[in-house]
Design a protein around this ligand. Structure first.
Ligand SMILES: [Zn+2]
Length: 163
């Protein structure tokens, strides 16, 4: 199965643990150096999480990557910015989860997508100021949105699949 949401070089939890143990051994071997901080997975890495809105909308969204996810966003049912991550105790770590058709998943922001969003933002700013769009402005906004690929984006999984 094609899994475009998987990032190259993204190791499993076991691989990360092994890497951490190796790093700890290395720092123990060189006692003269202080132990180095080993990066930890984010709390929401590869988690299935419930989101709910006061309008009644409720869905389970999967984080396909080791990266942060927003607490709230706009609701696909009512359009209000009232869809929030709820029931934290029911977050499930699921690195091997296969998204169901129609399930929304968090993916990493791509540079192209950041540029798309930045262009729309720049168009609004340019229209409000009655000036032309400036490519440097688009690029500046895109860089802020992209955050070196750490920013989250959301997609509906299986939207184009016919089964
Ligand atoms: Zn709603």
């Amino acid at each position: 199965m094609n899994r475009p949401y998987q990032q190259p070089g993204q190791g499993s939890r076991e691989q990360r643990r092994a890497a951490r143990r190796a790093a700890e051994k290395r720092s123990a071997a060189t006692a003269s150096e202080p132990p180095k901080a080993v990066p930890q997975q984010s709390a929401e890495a590869f988690c299935l999480m419930w989101y709910a809105c006061e309008c009644g909308h409720r869905e389970r969204i999967w984080n396909s990557r080791d990266g942060v996810t927003p607490f709230g966003m706009s609701c696909p049912s009512c359009g209000e910015a009232k869809l929030f991550h709820v029931n934290f105790g029911r977050d499930t770590y699921a690195p091997d989860h296969v998204p169901r058709n129609g399930q929304r998943i968090w993916i990493s922001m791509s540079k192209d997508r950041a540029r798309q969003i930045a262009r729309r933002t720049a168009e609004r700013i340019a229209a409000a100021r009655k000036v032309k769009i400036d490519d440097a402005m688009v690029e500046r906004i895109a860089t802020e949105i992209y955050r070196d690929g750490a920013a989250p984006d959301i997609v509906v999984w299986g939207y184009v699949e016919a089964e």
